[in-house]
Write a protein that binds this ligand. Structure first.
Ligand code: ADP
Length: 259
């Protein structure tokens, strides 16, 4: 392929230029592979719920519709698959909006405590069903420099994950502390935690520690990728550390609002 020839020919002319060209070839290949993997993943993820919807419709038409108690089960599975599809499409749109740079960020000085409280309210129902207690100890005067909607999305994804992956009777704590120019927000759960070899990778698109578990709780595999993208767009960082004696601490840093 011509690109390889280029990489070969360059050293004769200019040593420095060659390094740049070779690097470009590797980078182009890497990006092509990332894009191919992503399209393959998306196709696979979309295909599963579509085939469930289709197969169940067929079974219903083949006669299952005559038996209400069976029909209900098939329809229920269809509904769940349709919800999965909707969640996937919403997350995909979100990712592509962020990557295309069309996600409009309007950073402002934001009070953290009300947003955390509001986000906890959003997951309260699921938390109550599982008898999970969520407590927040964010100081009332803590402010960050962030886009309000993006911050809400990031917090929701982290707290929602904590609720989804923590077993019944679990505990979730949200806290925030000033660290120099930044504010570090932590969402700690006492769930199963994430093994070291998976830790760096959970922020990749479609990376799941346990595929079955993720599907069961209605995950799309894109939540943490969105978190990372949004956090970085707000000049922050994200990460995950083990909690003691077990569980995860997902953390997020954001610029402190200057005062
Ligand atoms: P999903 O839609 O599968 O939840 P995410 O990107 O939000 O996708 O998370 C990626 C994976 O990271 C999950 O599938 C799960 O395996 C793991 N994970 C995320 N949050 C937690 C948590 N609080 N505790 C344990 N595992 C988690």
């Amino acid at each position: 392929p011509p690109r390889q020839v280029l990489a070969y020919a360059s050293p004769l002319r200019n040593q420095q230029g060659a390094v740049v060209v070779m690097h470009d070839v590797t980078e182009i290949r890497r990006l092509e592979r990332v894009r191919r993997d992503f399209v393959a993943n998306v196709s696979h993820e979309l295909r599963t719920p579509v085939s469930i919807i289709r197969a169940n419709a067929e079974t219903l038409l083949d006669g299952a519709i005559e038996k209400p108690e069976i029909a209900r089960r098939f329809l229920d599975a269809q509904l769940r698959s349709a919800d999965r599809l909707a969640a996937l499409v919403a997350d995909l749109l979100e990712i592509s909006r962020i990557e295309a740079g069309t996600y409009e960020m309007s950073p402002d000085e934001i009070e953290l405590e009300p947003i955390v409280a509001h986000t906890i309210d959003e997951v309260e129902r699921l938390a109550q069903e599982k008898h999970i207690e969520i407590t927040s100890s964010v100081a009332e005067d803590m402010t960050v420099w962030a886009d309000e909607q993006a911050l809400e999305q990031v917090l929701l994804n982290l707290i929602d994950n904590a609720v989804k992956y923590t077993p019944a009777e679990g505990k979730i704590r949200v806290r925030a502390a000033r660290r120099g120019d930044m504010v570090r927000i932590e969402v700690e759960d006492n769930g199963p935690g994430i093994e070291p070899r998976h830790r760096a990778r959970v922020f990749e698109r479609f990376y799941r520690v346990d595929k079955g578990r993720s599907r069961e709780v209605g995950g799309t595999g894109l939540g943490l990728a969105i978190v990372k993208h949004l956090a970085e767009a707000m000049k922050g960082q994200v990460g995950v550390e083990p909690a003691e004696p077990h569980g995860s601490i997902f953390w997020l840093t954001l610029p402190a609002a200057s005062d």
